[in-house]
Design a protein around this ligand. Structure first.
Ligand SMILES: Cc1ncc(COP(=O)(O)O)c(C=O)c1O
Length: 392
């Protein structure tokens, strides 16, 4: 069903921001001990690692059972055996389960820092060093997070990032790696039609935001208003789960592509300090709303120093209904990672499956202002008595 979405889950283009400030994109990389290479998408870095480290048939990659699927598929594409390890219902790595699954064929361990919160990798890093296993850190959801007490993006032999999840860019990922690589990597240009399409949707979000600010939103023609289309039901995987979208599977043709010129341009006008400040402020504000409402079980109760939250993730029993209601109120809440990779079976991982079926992501990004957060907060409170049917 089409919905009038007023409060998007992602930032839109920011024309004023582009005029305002000029920074050097490279300056804001916290993993300064690593070499950083911009890519067209985060997954390009993973395909590249498979080739660089000769990860292929016969090799095993251990990956978290709570995953999007996009980050797993490059390894599948290159013929590796991907085995899952347990993530608990708080989205924390079960280290003893992980270690138990290591075999002589394990060549890489993949860890994901979810929504900006760090996994504690101090022991795992030592383990990987002793066993000569590559450690890959996924910071796709954690750009700009730099918690002092629990470093992230520093331990991995390689780290990947996905820029459009945090920034108003049409494409872009980054690979941070300890090795020094040739500068002529990732030089192919991404297709301009795809970038154009993404730019249109960024501009549309900017128009919506601006119209809302000056009170014109209700007068916008319906066809201009960003909409979400639930579309047809997802296909079912061989293990009977709804499948992730086709575009999440790896397409090796993008592997050598770098980011578009427009992304490179926008990156030079980004102010990470301000982005982190606002994400934290919005998260803290919503936390107070959500805490007293039993319907919402926050995935993270605390906001440690240095964490840049990407969304406000909450576990909700009747996720589909709650999400539709919030969408109908104009809030782009998302059923996070609802689709499953068709090559895997989650029977052994009920906790990860629980997260995939219950986590709802509520937008808190930096372009949402106090007025927007007041509205989102009021909508969340209005669902306080929702128990899977109508509010009681
Ligand atoms: C956890 C995680 N890692 C990696 C990726 C891949 O990022 P990209 O879409 O930029 O290739 C995604 C994308 O959704 C993701 O959610």
């Amino acid at each position: 069903m089409k919905q009038r979405i007023r409060y998007g889950g992602l930032p839109g283009a920011t024309l004023l921001g582009l005029l305002k400030k000029r920074t050097v994109a490279g300056d804001w990389w916290k993993g300064s001990s690593q070499n950083v290479y911009y890519t067209h998408k985060g997954r390009c870095g993973l395909g590249f690692l498979c080739k660089r480290w000769n990860l292929a048939a016969g090799d095993e990659v251990l990956a978290p059972a709570y995953n999007c699927g996009t980050e797993i598929d490059p390894f599948v594409h290159y013929g590796c055996t991907v085995a899952f390890y347990r993530i608990d219902q708080n989205a924390v790595i079960d280290l003893s389960d992980l270690i138990r699954r290591v075999t002589p064929r394990t060549k890489a361990i993949y860890v994901t820092h979810y929504f900006g919160w760090p996994q504690d990798l101090a022991l795992l890093k030592e383990f990987c060093r002793e066993k000569h296993i590559y450690l890959i850190e996924d910071c796709a959801l954690s750009l700009f997070s730099d918690p002092k007490d629990c470093p992230m993006g520093h331990f991995g032999d390689a780290v990947i990032y996905s820029l459009p999840k945090t920034l108003p860019v049409p494409d872009g990922g980054a690979l941070a790696i300890k090795e020094q690589l040739h500068e002529d990597l990732f030089t192919e240009k991404p297709p301009s039609s795809a970038i154009g399409k993404k730019m249109l949707s960024l501009l549309k979000r900017a128009v919506l935001r601006f119209s809302d600010r000056i009170g014109l939103f209700p007068f916008l023609p319906m066809r201009l208003i960003q909409s979400r289309d639930d579309g047809d039901a997802a296909p079912i995987t061989p293990s009977g789960l709804p499948e992730m979208p086709k575009t999440y599977y790896y397409n090796h043709r993008i592997e050598n592509m770098g980011p578009s010129r427009i992304t490179r341009f926008i990156l030079r006008h980004i102010d990470p300090v301000e982005i982190v400040r606002r994400h934290r402020e919005n998260f803290s504000f919503l936390s107070k709303t959500v805490a007293p409402v039993p319907l919402f079980n926050p995935l993270y109760a605390d906001l440690p120093d240095g964490v840049c939250p990407l969304y406000m993730p909450v576990k909700v029993e009747s996720r589909r209904e709650v999400c539709s209601r919030l969408n109908a109120m104009g809030i782009a809440a998302m059923e996070w990672w609802a689709g499953f990779h068709r090559g895997f079976d989650w029977a052994e991982f009920p906790d990860a499956r629980y997260l995939k079926e219950h986590v709802l992501a509520i937008p808190i990004h930096y372009q949402l202002h106090r007025k927007d957060m007041d509205y989102i907060s009021a909508c969340l409170q209005s669902l306080a008595n929702f128990v899977g049917g109508d509010p009681q």
